[in-house]
Design a protein. Structure first.
Lengths: 431, 1027
């Protein structure tokens, strides 16, 4: 039970209300809710600018040395974003800066001093070993990636806020929904037709044109019949009902999403990158999440685990400095929990990872690709149950299951699924 | 469907067919509160139209607000994670509970650095199971009303430094002037603490240490000194006794060390239906005034007035002495039922007999010692060479101290673990003089009745935050280690004493040094220390039991004292005070778990009462619930009456431990303090103060009593019992095997079913409860409450029949009289037989609750459990209605964060006791025993992680693990090697029965028939007797 918790109003209003609003808008505006396809994030390779550096080589160097502190966009990470940097400075200045930024500052270069002060006198690591070609390659990559990056960023943000068409689960709308919408469109078109007829008739009347009552033209007769239809109480109430049902359906859909935080990717107190640690450096998840094989919780690593490496590596980075400050002040780092199961649901990491032999990615998605950690699965009960129905029990070399496997083999030819050994029972997860 | 010739009843209300009882029996959820007495929007009983609209409106608003408010949850890791500590994984520490002489060797389960459960330590040879009080002591750790730091007068901001320097300088001054310094404490089991006091005395030589116990056994020490020259409390071994006679000694409930005695006694009561199984039992005779737990488990019980009890001892002695060649003593003759029989059997069981007496009278104890000596009990059932240290109080020394204080002869008083203003009969005298003492210091954890009168309070931490040791029985040691770091700015009493004596004040190091010097026998001390800490206990070299002790007491002096105090008959109404099983002496009364634990016999809680027999009540013209005024020599107390079957006629009994004034919210004003009514007889504390007058005040007070709450719908086969002689002939004796008449003749009830049953491929969790070894102590009830986050509901809700305990112990009265013989029953109600039956969810295979739930909130698992999904429950209560055992509990209120239920769930500190593995239920849902499914899950996972099959003992449920007598056996019935399977294999065609077998719900829980070691009496003879 939570003894205390904090609420972040900003996040709530942005995230939650936007979802519901969108759900309502959908129904009211009757726009077919096909997912707006996000702009393709793979940017087409632009011609290499900046004196023909090798962008591919530059990318490797950039990612290995610079990406920890610099973004290719104008986003400020530790150091300034590098978008358009080759336009701001000539190559000679840039290469001097890269090889030894302190020397440039010491020389009294006004821009260098300004940026040094602006970034609270954080020293940039010097790279005296980089050749001119290397540096050219880096900036070629920066220029190229800088133009492509905004598109990718937009995609991520859209996914994060659940704005990509309003359907956070990423499933298409149900058939019934489309059918009802189509019917409604037809009705609306008819109503529109009636309106047009009325307007034309009225304008004629105003202009003194008499209507030939004996020989009504086609438009008039259509208008008449439409008018009859429009005043028919059955049609009218049907229209109203359909409209009400649609709104109800949209509201319910919205309500089902309450508490589902799929796509939730809050800003963390330290911009820790799983992409870097788990993806590029291939550090085992277990190394930091020490509980994953032992117990219920996977554990957020304690600061001393960070210090195993960061006692030596990149000590001067302002993000790492936050860990130092935390240790010095005896103030733990308050991470924002991304994956939240309700208190009433019991979940055990050890059961799934240690016993079941599942990969972390099964539930957490491609963590090693995530710059900012994001909830990929819906974590709803349906999602759990679905997996328990489909997943075979990892019975290999586990004597616990021997008897169960034997018994199951006598009764069924199918593989032993989690559901077969009580995986769908209430008190598996609720007590 | 009558199974036996007995009629069981749960209270006199039922026997008399009281109107209120009959009404309650037909109303499933009790009678709703009249009017809207809680003044809350919805009182749980009915809803007014306007309230409904208000709730509706509020609900809509709340839902729309909730929709846009998702709290951001933070995850806060350690900065530097301690080695071996893993969040969400429990750590266990061995430790020791020792409060005022009560002792238990325990294991503490901690989660994220906070203790959440106490379990017994199976390595201990001196502690078996743990009592309700030890379980509840956990909640004492999180008591919000303790002092948060030292206090000087009214100044609670004072620092330890100031307090220390002031006290130290005053002590020096007092010592320099030769003024008397007194340390007053209850029994101290810790040898290191005694060494600290010795060190303190060495520094301040005018110090002396006075020990007293609120529930004193001072006379036993004195009696042994007079008889054998050793002022010790012997260790008893009930397991070796064939015949036991108890004289006002409730050794299964409250007397000195009931858990140990219960465990030993249970060994003699366990029988088996197997061909080679044990088929003999000990026999217990009990002579007492109050129907105690021991009395209710006795084979033969006689209700005796307190003024006659002494003569029971002398008469018993004379009867035995005449046969065994002892010197007869002169005493007035007394006609008491069962006395001759008891004497004859004691003689026959010579060498395997035991007589215990709980009366605090040295003369009586001398007679008892002489009796035991004649019976050759010393060396077999009593061991004087390995004395127990549970009671060391000296009534005489305490009275001297009070006189000294009154005479202004004490310059400094240090109070450690004692509260004499509350629990000493002369408390009022002390209260008047204590403020006059120049320097007075208390180590108590709160400003209680005594401490609030002293100059300084230097609060000591709870034992779960402390280092200590204990020597419960001579030569056996155990260690207390902290399971949590200090919660408040407190300091151990020992550290304070050491500091004031100018010594190194680290008590941890002190204990270690003491052990190195006095207990360690050689080898590597660090290893010895680590092992002792890990085990929690260390047994020194065992002392050989000497053949017997030579009795050298002066019987004549004893007899002359006895003849003055006791008389064969008395017509006046006598008062007797007794200890309540839950609260004990009242020291830890501010504990809602204990306050809400129904007393085993009366099944009443949140109050103490005047227990009066039906005959006496009729004579006095009082009825249950009448508030009566009981006057004794100018002192008086007003308490409500409980008409108690089994209470000796012409007596009135009231429990001690209630009526605290400065203990805290849960204890203050609950019941009345009756310690002032106790008296001193020849310097020894007596709980039988003599003749009283009882008068009606005209007021009435409702009694919060649980037994008559749930109806069993007049079904009569709830209990099955027999007597030993019948059982020896036929293991099925007393069993009721219901038959159903069909067109094909009569068939077993279990052969007819609508259902297909369940198949348990993996595990089949079940439980067997032995009614023969369940003595009704209630330890399992509190253990369950602690484990499963069960809410405390308070007095009013108990009256409304809304207690939340998942496990209750039903207490039934019965007699041999025919159910139709109403007069016979009425006679029987004077001294009925008692049966205890723990009742919890039976986890039926054909569960009636499951079929009626409209939302499938309660379903069956593939391991035999009846599951309850709280978040699915919508609160129709159909399941509770359809449950034949009445074990489902409805959350009528939100019991946490609710000022109407201001117990531990209503403050942040109190909530630390919550077991993180179990959901805290909210309002409007049903809950019930889950068979500790979280423990099962955890044990299964452990086995899976170790890639092995589960073995018996991997998991035990909270109730079974805490039972001192192992009356509850839990296990996997699919595992042929498990204890439960082996037991059922033997008992399936013997004592094992399912409750209400005729309705064929097929529970996973079986009971074993109760067997009394009574002589088989032909039914005709019994009828003749009553006719």
């Amino acid at each position: 039970m939570n003894i205390s918790f904090r609420t972040d109003a900003k996040y709530c209003s942005d995230y939650r209300s936007s979802k519901i609003l969108i759900a309502f808008l959908l129904a009211i505006l009757i726009s077919l809710p096909n997912s707006v396809s996000a702009q393709d994030s793979t940017a087409t390779a632009a011609a290499a600018p900046a004196g023909g550096g090798d962008a591919a080589k530059g990318e490797t160097i950039f990612k290995n040395n610079c990406a920890q502190c610099h973004a290719v966009t104008d986003e400020r990470v530790v150091g300034p974003g590098l978008k358009g940097v080759s336009g701001r400075h000539d190559f000679a200045w840039l290469s001097k800066w890269v090889r030894n930024s302190q020397a440039v500052i010491a020389s009294g270069d006004p821009y260098a001093v300004k940026i040094y002060n602006e970034y609270s006198k954080a020293q940039m690591t010097s790279f005296p070993n980089l050749s001119d070609d290397d540096i050219k390659g880096i900036f070629a990559y920066v220029d190229q990636a800088g133009t492509a990056a905004p598109a990718a960023a937009t995609t991520a943000a859209a996914g994060g806020a659940g704005a990509s068409g309003g359907d956070a689960k990423g499933e298409g709308p149900s058939d019934l929904f489309v059918l009802v919408l189509a019917a409604l469109v037809v009705v609306m078109v008819l109503v529109l037709g009636v309106l047009v007829v009325i307007v034309s008739l009225l304008s004629k009347a105003v202009n003194g044109e008499t209507v030939d009552s004996s020989k009504p033209d086609f438009m008039t007769s259509l208008g008449n019949s439409l008018r009859k239809i429009s005043v028919d109480p059955a049609i009218r109430s049907a229209t109203i009902w359909i409209f009400v049902l649609l709104v109800l359906k949209a509201t319910l859909d919205g309500a089902f999403d309450i508490g589902v935080q799929q796509g939730y990717a809050p800003k963390q107190p330290i911009s820790f990158s799983h992409k870097l640690h788990a993806g590029e450096y291939k550090i085992d998840c277990n190394y930091c999440h020490t509980g994953v094989n032992r117990g219920k919780s996977a554990h957020f690593p304690s600061a001393n685990i960070c210090m195993n490496c960061h006692g030596v590596i990149k000590k001067e980075s302002p993000e790492i400095q936050k860990i130092y400050t935390s240790i010095e002040n005896n103030q733990p780092i308050e991470w924002v929990r991304v994956h939240n199961l309700p208190d009433l649901a019991y979940f055990n990491h050890a059961q799934h990872v240690n016993v079941g032999g599942l990969e972390c990615q099964n539930c957490h998605g491609e963590v090693e690709q995530m710059e900012v950690i994001q909830q990929r699965s819906s974590l709803t009960m349906g999602w759990c149950i679905d997996c328990h129905r489909k997943t075979e029990v990892n019975t290999k070399d586990n004597k616990y299951y021997d008897k169960l496997v034997q018994l199951h083999a006598t009764e069924s030819k199918e593989a032993l699924k989690v559901a077969d050994i009580g995986g769908l029972e209430c008190s598996k997860c609720h007590y | 469907m009558e199974n036996t010739n007995k009629r069981y009843w749960r209270g006199l209300e039922e026997l008399r067919n009281d109107e209120k009882f009959v009404k309650a029996a037909t109303s499933e959820f009790g009678v709703g509160p009249t009017e809207n007495q809680y003044e809350s929007l919805v009182d749980g009983a009915g809803t007014h139209r306007r309230d409904f609209l208000k709730v509706l409106g509020f609900g809509m608003a709340a839902v729309s607000l909730a929709a846009c408010e998702t709290p951001v949850k933070k995850a806060i890791p350690y900065i530097n994670k301690p080695e071996g500590e893993f969040p969400t994984i429990a750590n266990w520490y061995a430790s020791t509970y020792s409060e005022g002489g009560d002792y238990a060797s325990i294991l503490v389960r901690t989660r994220e650095g906070r203790p959440v459960k106490i379990e017994p330590n199976s390595l201990s040879k001196n502690s078996f199971g743990i009592s309700a009080r030890v379980h509840a002591s956990l909640l004492g750790l999180y008591d919000n009303e303790k002092l948060k730091g030292p206090k000087k007068g009214e100044d609670s901001k004072v620092s330890w430094g100031t307090v220390d320097s002031e006290i130290q300088s005053q002590l020096t001054q007092v010592a320099a002037k030769g003024g008397a310094i007194r340390i007053l404490s209850s029994t101290i089991l810790s040898p290191s603490t005694k060494a600290v006091i010795a060190d303190f005395t060495a520094k301040y030589p005018t110090t002396s240490h006075v020990v007293y116990d609120a529930n004193s056994s001072s006379a036993i020490l004195k009696g042994n000194e007079l008889s054998f020259g050793k002022a010790v409390f012997p260790s008893y071994d009930f397991s070796k006794a064939k015949v036991i006679v108890g004289i006002d000694a409730d050794f299964l409930g409250t007397w000195v060390s009931p858990d140990t005695y219960s465990a030993q006694f249970a060994e003699t009561r366990r029988v088996s239906s197997g061909k080679e199984g044990k088929k003999d039992m000990s026999r217990l005779y009990q002579f007492e005034s109050v129907l105690s737990v021991t009395g209710s488990n006795a084979d033969y019980r006689t209700a005796v007035k307190p003024s006659q009890l002494g003569l029971v001892a002398t008469a018993l002695y004379n009867k035995v002495a005449s046969k065994l060649g002892g010197t007869a003593i002169s005493s007035s003759s007394i006609q008491i039922a069962n006395l001759d029989k008891a004497a004859a059997e004691l003689i026959a069981a010579k060498g395997q007999a035991l007589v215990v007496c709980g009366i605090n009278d040295p003369a009586l104890q001398v007679v008892i010692n002489a009796l035991n000596s004649l019976l050759l009990s010393y060396g077999s059932t009593i061991n004087l060479d390995k004395p127990a240290n549970f009671r060391q109080g000296n009534d005489v020394a305490m009275n001297q101290l009070i006189d000294e204080i009154k005479g202004g002869k004490v310059s400094a008083l240090i109070l450690y673990g004692a509260n004499p203003v509350y629990d000493h009969p002369r408390g009022a005298e002390l209260a008047a003089t204590l403020p006059k003492i120049g320097l007075s210091v208390s180590f108590n954890d709160r400003a209680d009745e005594t401490s609030s009168l002293l100059k300084y309070i230097c609060p000591a931490p709870h034992y779960l935050e402390s280092w200590n040791d204990a020597e419960p029985v001579s030569g056996s040691y155990s260690l207390t280690q902290p399971a949590i770091s200090l919660i408040f700015s407190t300091r151990q009493a020992q550290s304070s004493l050491l500091k004031w004596a100018g010594l190194q004040s680290d008590y941890h190091e002190y204990v270690k040094a003491y052990w190195r010097k006095n207990i360690f026998t050689g080898g590597n001390f660090d290893q010895f220390w680590i092992k002792s800490l890990h085990d929690g206990v260390y047994d020194g070299t065992s002392v050989a039991v000497s053949a017997g002790a030579a009795f050298s007491g002066d019987l004549n002096a004893a007899v002359s004292s006895i003849s003055k105090k006791y008389k064969a008959s008395s017509s006046a109404i006598e008062l007797t005070l007794f200890e309540n099983v839950a609260l004990g002496n009242g020291f830890a009364a501010n504990n809602p778990w204990l306050q809400e634990l129904p007393e085993p016999i009366t099944k009443a809680c949140w109050d103490n009462h005047a227990c009066i027999s039906q005959k006496t009540a009729r004579e006095l013209g009082v009825a249950q619930g009448d508030v009566v005024k009981i006057e004794l020599k100018g002192k008086s107390v007003e308490v409500p009456v409980i008409v108690q079957p089994g209470q000796a006629n012409g007596t009135v009994a009231i429990a001690i431990g209630f009526g605290r004034e400065k203990a805290g919210k849960s204890a203050n004003g609950v019941g009345k303090n009756v310690y002032p009514l106790a008296v001193f007889s020849e310097g020894f504390l007596s709980f039988a103060p003599g003749e009283v007058t009882v008068s009606k005040t005209g007021a009435t007070r409702e009694i919060a009593q649980t037994q008559t709450h749930s109806t069993v719908m007049n079904r009569k086969s709830v209990l099955q019992e027999t007597v030993l002689a019948h059982f020896q002939k036929d293991p099925l004796a007393g069993r009721f095997i219901p038959k159903i008449h069909t067109s094909e003749g009569s068939v077993d009830a279990t052969d007819l079913s609508l259902w297909n049953g369940h198949k348990y491929k993996n595990h089949s969790w079940g439980m067997v409860i032995d009614l023969n070894t369940c003595f009704g102590c209630g330890s399992c009830v509190v253990s369950c409450q602690a484990e499963n986050n069960i809410a405390v509901v308070g007095r009013q809700e108990i009256i409304n029949s809304r207690e939340m305990h998942w496990l209750r112990i039903d207490r039934y009265y019965s007699s041999d009289a025919d159910a139709e013989d109403l007069r016979g029953l009425e006679i029987a109600s004077e001294n009925p037989e008692v049966t205890f039956q723990p009742m919890l969810c039976q986890h039926c295979n054909n569960a009636p609750c499951e079929t009626v739930c409209p939302v499938l909130a309660t379903t069956h698992s593939s391991e035999g459990l009846n599951q309850m999904a709280y978040n699915r429950c919508v609160g129709t209560r159909y399941c509770a209605n359809n449950c034949p055992y009445k074990v489902r509990r409805f959350n009528w209120f939100k019991y946490f964060d609710n000022d109407n239920f201001d117990y531990n769930f209503n403050n942040d500190l109190g909530k630390m006791v919550i077991n993180p593995d179990v959901t805290v239920r909210s309002r409007g849902v049903i809950e019930k025993c889950s068979m500790c499914v979280h423990r099962i899950q955890d044990a299964k996972l452990t086995a899976k992680k170790e890639r092995r099959r589960m073995v018996d003992g991997d998991v035990n449920v909270a109730c079974a693990s805490s039972c001192p007598t192992n009356a509850i056996i839990f296990g996997d019935m699919n595992d042929p090697e498990s204890r439960i399977s082996k037991l059922l294999e033997v008992e399936r065609e013997g004592r094992a029965f399912h409750m209400l077998e005729e309705i064929n719900v097929r529970p996973q829980i079986a009971y074993l028939t109760k067997i009394r070691n009574k002589d088989a009496v032909a039914k005709a003879a019994a009828e003749k007797e009553h006719a």
